[in-house]
Design a protein around this ligand. Structure first.
Ligand code: SF4
Ligand code: SF4
Length: 232
């Protein structure tokens, strides 16, 4: 699969997910940004898409903002979503991961708004809540939404199986320089910076049996990337 095909799938995933959320009773609204923390993660495919779009619109300088505080704490996953699925398939427990919203807000957040909202990664899109997190202290997410989020994270990682996952700061600072984006486009970007981990293809979807009928049309709309039969 070439990069343009991967980007087309990514756009389809974002559109299908947007339709899935339409009509849901969510508290999320413009200017609500308690969920915009330094702990957002994404894939290199999404990072490329963001950086390339910013560069094309003359806004690549936004990425430079992440250098401020780049030494600070942030969530750096030890295992990808598909890696966790494989660990669960083996009947083992995933490693404990440390993440704390008090580590600070996303370095891109500007007056409580996202300056790259239209191209924000799935890790931001999937942060939704039925009640205002500022009042409750945590997102109130329907279990079906959690399942759909997890499965879509698996799909995006699968599409970028030759790439990497990691924290938004690490991925975007890597994708910021034009030569790195050129190399990624050619499939030649290797030697990731500290904190990034290799993506993995889907071995099994983390969808509990009670949700399989409901997620089927979503997977079909995305294009049923293998495996076609969800296994929980
Ligand atoms: S997930 Fe919570 S903090 Fe984020 S926009 Fe929705 S209600 Fe606001
Ligand atoms: S990229 Fe945008 S939506 Fe995502 S955490 Fe940062 S400011 Fe919020």
């Amino acid at each position: 699969m070439n990069l343009n095909e991967k980007l087309a799938i990514l756009q389809r995933i974002y559109a299908v997910y947007g339709e899935f959320l339409d009509g849901r009773d969510l508290a999320c609204k413009r200017g609500c940004a308690h969920c915009c923390t330094r702990n957002v993660t994404l894939t290199t495919l999404e990072g490329y898409h963001i950086a390339d779009t910013l560069a094309a619109s003359g806004r690549i300088d936004l990425v430079g903002r992440l250098e401020v505080g780049a030494e600070g704490n942030r969530f750096r996953p030890l295992v990808t979503t598909n890696g966790i699925a494989e660990i669960c398939l083996r009947g083992e427990d995933p490693p404990e991961e440390e993440s704390n919203p008090d580590w600070g807000e996303c370095g891109l957040l500007t007056e409580n708004e996202c300056p790259l909202y239209g191209v924000r990664p799935f890790g931001c899109r999937c942060m939704v809540s039925a009640r205002n997190c500022g009042e409750t202290g945590a997102a109130d997410m329907d279990p079906l939404v959690v399942t759909v989020n997890t499965v879509i994270l698996q799909y995006i990682e699968h599409v970028d199986a030759d790439g990497y996952s990691g924290n938004l700061t690490d991925i975007l600072l890597w994708m910021g320089p034009e030569e790195n984006r050129d190399q990624y486009r050619e499939g030649a970007l290797t030697h990731p910076p500290r904190g990034l981990i290799p993506n993995r293809p889907v071995k099994a979807l983390m969808a509990p049996p009670r949700h399989r009928a409901e997620i089927k049309p979503i997977l079909e709309a995305i294009g049923n990337i293998p495996p076609r039969n969800p296994a929980g």
